[in-house]
Ligand binder design. Structure first.
Ligand SMILES: NC(=O)c1ccc[n+]([C@@H]2O[C@H](COP(=O)([O-])OP(=O)(O)OC[C@H]3O[C@@H](n4cnc5c(N)ncnc54)[C@H](OP(=O)(O)O)[C@@H]3O)[C@@H](O)[C@H]2O)c1
Length: 277
């Protein structure tokens, strides 16, 4: 039975992926900050829970060793992450550092901890949940984009050296998913000087705009595809919104796409004052 190691398996995409792989006969090592609170995955015979806060380097090392002692790990799914919205001026250094430690350094450190094991096996796959926000940018998400774009570039570069050892790396970039992400996993920082823009942005992310969000189960199917197919492909956009918006960016080119986003928020040179107010 192949084995997958998942971070952030307490809810949303991580949990849906744990259930899908378990149902398809994989051994699943589902990690989360508080495994003592988990009641659903504990019912599944081939799911093993381990504690992991991806900002804790010592715990990463201990948990990866414990995982490898359980099963040879075939797939590492770096999924833990959260969102942060706000003008740069509104963000505290603590908010910036914690996001980078979680969404960026967490992925890098978990991957690094697994590499000796995968290299010794001469096989393995790293999957990273980025976001369509790792391939395009919207206003007031600068730090979130910084982490997700970073993982996209980092993964592409890493793919070359990992090929030496028959290890592959792929990114999954979902659009909207109906999870806790837009609730408890999304921090919003306010600053008066950017209040009008924040209001516009929040308006694009609520009510009817969320009804087309994909289910975590649908995105987990893309994770399964990325974990199992032999295609030489680095990036998997997941969800019809992500597929469409990335196709649009490629079709019009990055500059025209950026200008379109600016126009959508009334941020052309003539109207930037009105968006700020
Ligand atoms: N939902 C969307 O619209 C969307 C779109 C694009 C990309 N994504 C990405 O998808 C991934 C999963 O998010 P989701 O949508 O499934 O949201 P979610 O239901 O809120 O799940 C987020 C998971 O990350 C975990 N997590 C957060 N900080 C952690 C840390 N320091 N150490 C370990 N685990 C941590 C959470 O654990 P706790 O339960 O302990 O908080 C939770 O299990 C994230 O990387 C997110 O950026 C989501």
């Amino acid at each position: 039975m192949p084995a997958i190691f998942i971070t952030g398996a307490s809810s949303g995409l991580g949990k849906a992926t744990a259930k899908l792989f378990a149902a398809r006969g994989w051994n699943v090592i589902a990690t989360m900050r508080h495994p003592e609170h988990e009641t659903e995955l504990t019912q599944l015979p081939n799911v093993h829970l381990l504690p992991l806060d991806v900002t804790d380097l010592a715990q990463i090392e201990t948990t990866v060793h414990r995982a490898i002692a359980l099963y040879p790990v075939d797939v590492v799914f770096n999924n833990a992450g959260y969102g942060l919205i706000g003008a740069l001026e509104a963000l505290s250094d603590e908010q910036i550092t914690h996001l980078v430690n979680t969404n960026l350094l967490g992925v890098i450190r978990v991957t690094k901890a697994f590499l000796p094991h995968l290299r010794e096996k001469r096989s393995g796959r790293i999957l990273n949940t980025t976001s369509i926000g790792g391939l395009i940018a919207f206003p007031l998400y600068s730090l979130y984009h910084a982490t997700k774009w970073a993982i996209e570039g980092w993964s592409e570069s890493l793919s070359f050296e990992l090929a030496l050892h028959n290890i592959t790396i792929k990114t999954i970039s979902p659009g909207g998913i109906a999870t806790d992400f837009t609730g408890r996993s999304l921090q919003v920082a306010q600053n008066e000087a950017y209040a009008g823009l924040l209001e516009k942005l929040m308006g694009t992310q609520s009510g009817d705009n969320t009804v087309h969000f994909a289910s975590p189960e649908a995105i987990a199917e893309v994770v399964y595809q990325a974990a199992t197919e032999e295609k030489d492909q680095l990036r998997y956009q997941a969800g019809s919104d992500a597929v469409a918006i990335y196709a649009q960016r490629l079709a019009v080119g990055p500059e025209a796409f950026r200008q379109g986003v600016a126009a959508q928020f009334g941020l052309t040179a003539d109207t930037s004052q009105s968006a700020a107010n």
